[in-house]
Ligand binder design. Sequence first.
Ligand SMILES: [Zn+2]
Ligand SMILES: [Zn+2]
Length: 400
Amino acid sequence: MNTNYLFFMKYFFTILALLLISGHVSLAQEDEGPKKRSVVMPDIPGYKTLKADFHIHSVFSDGKVWPTFRIDEAIRDGLDVISLTEHMDFLKESDDLKQDRNRSFQIASAYAKGKNILVINGAEISPRVPPYHNNVLFLKDANLPFDFVKSAQKVYVMKDNANHDQLMAPFLAANKQGAFVVFNHPGNMPAWDVRDTAVLTSFNKELLDKKIMAGIEVVNSGGYNVRAHQLAIKHNLTMLCNTDEHLDTYHRFKDTHRPMTLVFATESSEAAIKEALIARRTALYFEDYLIARQTEAEAFFKAAVIAKTVRSLRKKEEPVLLVKLMNNSDMPFRVALRGGYAMEKYPLGQVELPAHKETTVMLRAMWQYPEQVQFQVDVTNILVSPSESLKTTMTIPVAK
Ligand SMILES: [Zn+2]
Ligand SMILES: [Zn+2]
């Protein structure tokens, strides 16, 4: 080999090494952002199950992170849909930011392109008097009137005598845009105004009567609000579960999963999500609980748990039936199975169905196998009202 060639190779590799060390040339792949966490929640007949958080803040109101962070965070947490609902009447970091209330949405939705996540334009109307905090979703323009505040910058100061029309103005403007209005964290701020102590104040009732308010946050920040649940049922409102995150969801929910609203929509589009919310097709998934109306709760449980049977012999002579319950979702279920069978091992038919596991229940002394077995099922971690768990039946054909 000639020495010129050797000299060249040595020179070449030295330069390459220097470039690699200095970071000018990278052999590693570009950082493509976080991998989407898979949150396995089955679709129900006729609908896709979309995972959503409709109440989040960024530095464009009083949150601590930039809007693009919310997209990466939502992907990390396995969501399909989010809405950045900045306080339209409060810009804590206002000196550093433009005043257009759509900026947060514009930045987030531009960044979300090609990332398989939908961003809905929204805002939080947040007076410290009734009707308190409400989210307005599916806005076309988030610049809503806020004449009820003295200062909406750095610190929040309401006018001393904010009148009804000033407080109503942003709701009417949002309603004109076809917005979906949600009463946020009801009853969480009684100290702000003592003149109207009911959770659903006369102002909220007015919004309800005018068909402006249509939804209610039954779970906010991972906390279940029993009074909000009662109101949802009493007034037939769409139920939502939102984080209301101001920082990073990781710290609050690292030991569980991000609380989310499951939306049962015909497809993954803004119009379909809006239609699903108007039709009240939601379920609230937080900790190991699901809150939904009977129809959606039942459809979800039946989509998640698939049952089959296997004939078998116990101690080589006693005919038994093995009922195999496969839970295909991320959510564990606690059920009580009743059917008059001699069920081995589970007193009162109380069975845990862990996520992504098959649980076998043995029915003993099946001297004559029936055509099918039927259970009355009580799913104790699915709530269909504040005091009722999901009740359903499971009819399982007996294998030949
Ligand atoms: Zn709020
Ligand atoms: Zn909020």
